[in-house]
Design a protein around this ligand. Structure first.
Ligand SMILES: *Cc1c(COP(=O)(O)O)cnc(C)c1O
Length: 368
């Protein structure tokens, strides 16, 4: 049996009859950049998140960048974040000529460890940037308390967490602003690049709306030096169609995760812990094992694709060695990166495939 890690074909087969007319509408009106589909998506995604504003952007990385600028990150500032994430989280800090200050993860959740943040705060610290890794909400409440004590802002990296809930509330308004990505492989993915910034703050939204389009207030009137971070019309049209499916797709992912947890119980592996008060939307189903590459190779022999999110923590990436955090600085993140393996979890998986993946993991790990 073959089990693919992502399955764009079956999703497209399901949506084709809605997608092609929507793209036709964009072509007919030539609304290729922003335009009515993007505006409608902004309203719909803001409602979905329970946010006052959604500003559609070109990528999730652009959303992180504008989010940091909007909350006032200046050159020379420090921003506290996790080393166990995709590099874009830290790159956005670097784009502001600010310095990423990594803090280790909580090994139970793989998210930024709130208990270790306060000792990393210095007079230069401006913001905390937690990531809701794999769709599991970071523990924001203590981070907000630390932020309030030290006059910091909180920007959520919600690129993997569309619709996840922290204590009943959807991510997107848990901090001052939140950055989403609609890269094709995300739970809500465009057919190309896409991103958004959500916030309840009028000033942050106003800044992002100008900054995404060259700081332009009226045609050829540029209030400040901005960026070209606008969303394409096609992507807005696609995202509206997919947003209507997102709740059902998320339920499917959660069912698969529950099934994996049941079928993998008792094996020599760890799975990140879910807080019963929260709702993880399982962008990835990560497991931690001693011999990750052997397991991945043997699963591949059985036709099962897996992936590694992420093989190297950011402080050990060549791009960030100059920050001066040597190996051993963040032992929990380093250990996670050595052991993590993502199993296939997408809405098109059949129950037979899920059982096949779990049984294969069981057989391989029990054979040792
Ligand atoms: C995907 C991702 C990003 C970047 O989003 P792009 O749309 O690819 O620019 C940022 N942070 C995290 C955690 C991501 O997974």
């Amino acid at each position: 049996m073959n089990v693919r890690f992502v399955d764009f074909q079956s999703e497209y087969a399901e949506l084709r009859d809605e997608i092609l007319p929507a793209l036709e509408r964009v072509c007919q009106t030539a609304a290729f950049v922003q335009g009515p589909e993007v505006e409608a998506f902004e309203r719909e995604f803001a409602d979905f998140c329970g946010a006052k504003h959604c500003v559609a952007l070109s990528t999730g990385t652009a959303a992180l960048h504008l989010g940091l600028l909007a909350i006032g990150v200046q050159p020379g500032d420090e921003v506290i974040t996790t080393p166990n994430t995709f590099i874009a989280t830290a790159e956005a800090i670097t784009y502001c000529s600010a310095r990423p200050v990594f803090v280790d993860i909580d090994p139970a959740t793989a998210n930024l460890d709130a208990r270790q943040i306060e000792r990393a705060v210095t007079p230069r610290t401006r913001a905390i940037l937690p990531v809701h890794l794999y769709g599991r909400p970071a523990d924001i409440e203590p981070m907000r308390e630390i932020a309030a004590r030290h006059g910091l802002c909180v920007l959520e990296d919600a690129a993997q967490a569309h619709g996840a809930r922290y204590r009943q509330r959807r991510v997107g308004t848990l901090g001052d602003a939140a950055a989403f990505s609609f890269y094709p492989t995300k739970n809500l993915g465009a057919y190309g690049e896409g991103g958004a910034l959500t916030t309840n703050d009028d000033r942050i939204a106003g800044y992002a709306r100008l900054a995404r389009s060259h700081g332009q207030t009226a045609r050829y009137d540029h209030k400040f030096v901005g960026y070209n971070y606008r969303m394409q019309g096609f992507q807005g049209a696609i995202l509206r169609i997919k947003l209507r499916r997102l709740y059902a797709w998320t339920q499917k992912r959660r069912q698969i995760a529950a099934e994996y947890r049941k079928l993998l119980a008792g094996l020599p592996l760890d799975v990140p812990v879910d807080d019963a008060r929260d709702e993880c939307i399982y962008h990835q189903f990560a497991i931690y094992v001693a011999n990750r590459s052997a397991l991945a190779a043997q699963l591949a022999e059985r036709g099962i694709e897996t992936a590694v999110h992420y093989p190297k923590p950011l402080h050990l990436q060549p791009a960030y060695l100059a920050l001066g955090f040597p190996r051993g600085t963040f032992p929990n993140a380093e250990r996670a990166c050595e052991r993590v393996l993502s199993l296939p979890i997408h809405p098109a998986l059949t129950p037979e495939q899920v059982t096949y993946v779990a049984n294969s993991v069981r057989e391989i790990l029990s054979a040792k």
